[in-house]
Design a protein around this ligand. Sequence first.
Ligand code: XLS
Ligand code: NI
Ligand code: NI
Length: 438
Amino acid sequence: MAAFPDIPKVQFEGPQSDNPLAFRWYDPEEMIEGKSMKDHLRFTICYWHTFRGTGSDPFGGGTMLRPWDDGSDSVENACNRARVAFEFFEKLGAPYYAFHDRDVAPEGDSLATTNSNFESVAAVLKEEQQRTGIKLLWGTANMFSHPRYMHGAATTCNADVFAYCAAQVKKALEVTNDLGGENYVFWGGREGYQNLYNTDMKRELDHLAQFFHMAVDYAREIGFKGQFLIEPKPKEPTKHQYDSDAAACLNFLRAYDLMDHFKLNIETNHATLAGHTMMHELEYAGMQGGLGSIDANTGDLMLGWDTDQFPTDYYLTTQIMLVLLKYGLSPGGVNFDAKVRRESFEPLDLFYAHIGGMDAFAKGLKIAAAIRADDALGGFVSSRYASFDGGIGKQIESGAVGFQELEAYMLEKGDVTPNQSGRQEMLENVVNRYIDKF
Ligand code: XLS
Ligand code: NI
Ligand code: NI
């Protein structure tokens, strides 16, 4: 039985369309910079918000109407939900999906039962992948919801919990591998601490690194070729999250000799909670070869938590696409780690939300490509640093001079060549001009 009988497959109708169930900008086959929109964006639907989100908040229970879901924790319900999820992905034309182990299958009363539940649902996911051609962008393990993880997972003070989460990731890696997952993500849910009075931070970080090395070793053992990703996030749920932003993650990866095996999965709302823009986090990771994938959403500037709203802002998507076009995204993708508001409780709202997000990214891609085609920002940036292309600047960059030579140079010159304007406002107007074009 179809779960969305009244909703046709969402089609591209162009910017003039006023059909709320059509794409106005996302035309999967449109070629941009020699590649189709579909291949640039690699849109991914996340299972947790879209199929497990209830709409609950700290002040009240769930609101979502999900007629296909019987609300039980049975494996049968989970398998049925998986089929509905693929119907949704297909109607939306999304080429990828992503999940946590516990989103797709229920925990049982022992690890063995939990594993077999997961295998049963994974068999349905595999069947549905084969039927539809929709692929798994990434798998991950939920190591934060269950009370056993109250002190963290790989950074716990309880060695048994460390063992448990190792077993959990082992299984999640096997399933991800079996489903052809192109990446494997670690978001360090409770990997952090509240208070140093009870925490051995050095020991916890050493354990986390050991854990990641074990994952790399096991991936090699089972022939998993996907990319490992760490997802930076500050503040939630612990006060001091170890993976608080791109800089903290990259420093950790370098300190523990993991740079060859990991990249980052950057999320907008996490970037802003860390006091950065998304563009900053992407560029910071990208310039160090560490940009792997993105979780596409947006926060609310008035609120200080991870509200995971759908991204609809063209400035945001233009900025993101400017960086993604520069560094590339594959084998990562644009994963909508976003949830409908609890007041948007009907299944139809899931379609509107994703259509809006996909269109915003498609338009951002077009704007960013047009900016790049005219070198409308890049040209300014390179000319801004032109003093390093020759003369003393070139000698600085090549390492030919040190403090002695630079002092001699300046003593002879007397003072610096006058500075030139940074033209920030003019460049903001340029971006507006390109947004106006579409
Ligand atoms: C939570 C994270 C989470 C990860 C996957 O804030 O965004 O959803 O993407 O564990
Ligand atoms: Ni995320
Ligand atoms: Ni998040």
